[in-house]
Design a protein around this ligand. Structure first.
Ligand SMILES: Cc1cc2nc3c(=O)[nH]c(=O)nc-3n(C[C@H](O)[C@H](O)[C@H](O)COP(=O)(O)OP(=O)(O)OC[C@H]3O[C@@H](n4cnc5c(N)ncnc54)[C@H](O)[C@@H]3O)c2cc1C
Length: 379
C-alpha cells in the first residue's frame, strides 16, 4: 500500500522543523548582498558572507521555504569533489563542510567515516556486501565520505544567518532582474523592488531562463525512498553492519545511507518529466521508477525481501552538458553570481561553493576558469 503524500513530489524522510522569523518585504528594500534560493548553496553563501564581510546586510529570498528544493530532499551523502571529480578551486569539500558544522556547533548527525564505491566489476575479495542487483554488487573502493541529516543542517544554517543579523524571506520569488546604471542590481521579488550591490543565485534548476542559462543546463528529477527502521540483525545479515554510505560506479545506479534511527535511505534513477515544477510523484514514469527501486531493494538480499518502504519522494537536479558545475557571473563586475549544475553531487560541494562565492564578494576569491561564463543578455 502506498503512503499518502502531501507534496506533489512526495514527502521526504527528513522532517526537522526549520524556524524562520517572518519579515514583511518592503518595496524599495536595499541590501548589500541578496541571495536567491534558500538551499545549501544560498544558505552557506549567506553564512560565509556574514563571516567574511561583517556588517554587510545579507538577505535570502526563497520562492517557497528553506529546503523546498533538492537540499530538503537529498540523500545527504557527503562526497568529495564534483560529479566529474576534482576541479581547481573547489577542492576540500568534505573538510569545508565539516569545519562549518563543527565550528558553528550545528547538530545534524554528521558522520564522516568513509563511503563505499560499489560495483559489479573489480570487486574487493573482502567486500562485506554481496548484493544481487543486475549482477553481484560489492565494494570496489573505500573512499572519504559520510552522511548527515540535511534538514537539521539547513535549520542550523538558517539559525546562524538570523543570529548574525541576516534576513530570510520565504514565499519571496525573484522573477526579474536588471542591472541599474548605478552599481546596484534591481530585483523583482514577490512583485516588489529590491536593490542589492551583489546578488547570488543558488537556485539549482530554477531561474535558468531568467539567467540566460537554459542552453547550458537543464532540470530533471531523481527519486529516493526510505525504509522502516531495520534491526541490527538485518544489517549484519546483509553485510551492512558498518552502515557505510555507498553509491555504484557502474549502471544501473544505486546509492544509499543509513539514518540515525536505522532507516535506509536509498535512491536511483532520473525521470524524464520535463519542467521541474510540473513533475508529480504519481506520474507514470515516477511511479515506475519508485516501483523498480523498491523491487531492487527487496531483491538485494533475502533479509530485505519483506522490507517496508515508508517514504517515497523525488527532487530536482540541475545538470550541465559537460556535468561540471556552473559557477559563473552574469557580468564582468561580478555583481550577479550563479552556482548551479552539481547533478547529484552537491551536498559537500555546496559548502565549498558558498565559501568561494563569499570570497569573491569579499574581493579576494576568483571564479574558476573552467566554468563558462554566459553572455550577458539582461538589460
Ligand atoms: C533525491 C536527491 C538525492 C540527492 N542525494 C545527494 C547526495 O546523497 N549527495 C550529494 O552530494 N548530493 C545529492 N543530491 C544533490 C544535492 O542535494 C543538490 O546538489 C543540492 O541540494 C543543491 O542545493 P542548492 O542549494 O544549490 O539547490 P536547492 O536545494 O534546490 O535550492 C534552490 C532553492 O531555490 C529556490 N528558488 C527557485 N526559484 C526561485 C526564485 N525564482 N526565487 C527565489 N527562490 C527560488 C527554491 O525554492 C529552492 O529552495 C541529491 C538530490 C536529490 C534531488
Amino acid at each position: 500500500m502506498r503512503t499518502p503524500t502531501t507534496h506533489p513530489w512526495g514527502d521526504p524522510f527528513w522532517s526537522c522543523p526549520i524556524a524562520v522569523t517572518p519579515h514583511p518585504l518592503t518595496d524599495g528594500l536595499h541590501v548589500d548582498v541578496a541571495i536567491v534560493g534558500a538551499g545549501f548553496t544560498g544558505l552557506a553563501t549567506a553564512h560565509y558572507v556574514q563571516q567574511l564581510c561583517p556588517g554587510q546586510h545579507v538577505a535570502v529570498f526563497d520562492a517557497h521555504q528553506v529546503g523546498h528544493g533538492a537540499s530538503g530532499r537529498t540523500g545527504g551523502l557527503i562526497l568529495e569533489d564534483t560529479a566529474v571529480g576534482p576541479l581547481p578551486g573547489v577542492g576540500d569539500c568534505i573538510a569545508t563542510l565539516c569545519e562549518l558544522v563543527h565550528s558553528q556547533g550545528i547538530q545534524c548527525a554528521l558522520r564522516v567515516r568513509g563511503c563505499w564505491e560499489i560495483g559489479r566489476h573489480n570487486i574487493q575479495p573482502t567486500s562485506p556486501i554481496r548484493w544481487d542487483d543486475h549482477g553481484t554488487l560489492a565494494v570496489v573502493y573505500n573512499i572519504p565520505g559520510g552522511a548527515f541529516d540535511p534538514r537539521q543542517y539547513l535549520a542550523g544554517l538558517a539559525s546562524l544567518i538570523e543570529q548574525a543579523g541576516g534576513q530570510i524571506f520565504e514565499h519571496a520569488p525573484v522573477t526579474d532582474l536588471h542591472f541599474d546604471t548605478s552599481s546596484s542590481v534591481r530585483l523583482t521579488v514577490a512583485d516588489k523592488t529590491v536593490t542589492a550591490t551583489r546578488v547570488v543565485f543558488g537556485t539549482n534548476p530554477w531561474c535558468l531562463p531568467l539567467l540566460g542559462l537554459h542552453q547550458q543546463a537543464e532540470g530533471i528529477h531523481t527519486v529516493a525512498v526510505a525504509t522502516e527502521p531495520l534491526d541490527d540483525a538485518v544489517f549484519e545479515a546483509i553485510g551492512w553492519g558498518t552502515r557505510t554510505p555507498f553509491y555504484t560506479l557502474d549502471l544501473p545506479y544505486l546509492w544509499g545511507r543509513v539514518t540515525a534511527d536505522n532507516c535506509a535511505v536509498i535512491g536511483a534513477g532520473t525521470t524524464g518529466l520535463g519542467a521541474v515544477d510540473a513533475a508529480h510523484i504519481s506520474a507514470p514514469d515516477a511511479v515506475a521508477l519508485h516501483d523498480s527501486l523498491a523491487y531492487r531493494i527487496r531483491h538485494l538480499h533475502p533479509a530485505l525481501r519483506d522490507v517496508r518502504i515508508t517514504h517515497r519522494w523525488m527532487g530536482p537536479l540541475c545538470r550541465t552538458h559537460d556535468s561540471k558545475p556552473l559557477l559563473t557571473s552574469l557580468d564582468d563586475t561580478q555583481r550577479v553570481l550563479i552556482a548551479t549544475g552539481y547533478r547529484g553531487h552537491g551536498v559537500a560541494l555546496s559548502a565549498r561553493v558558498g565559501k568561494l562565492l563569499a570570497e569573491v564578494i569579499a574581493g579576494y576569491g576568483a571564479l574558476p576558469a573552467w566554468s563558462a561564463r554566459p553572455r550577458l543578455n539582461i538589460a
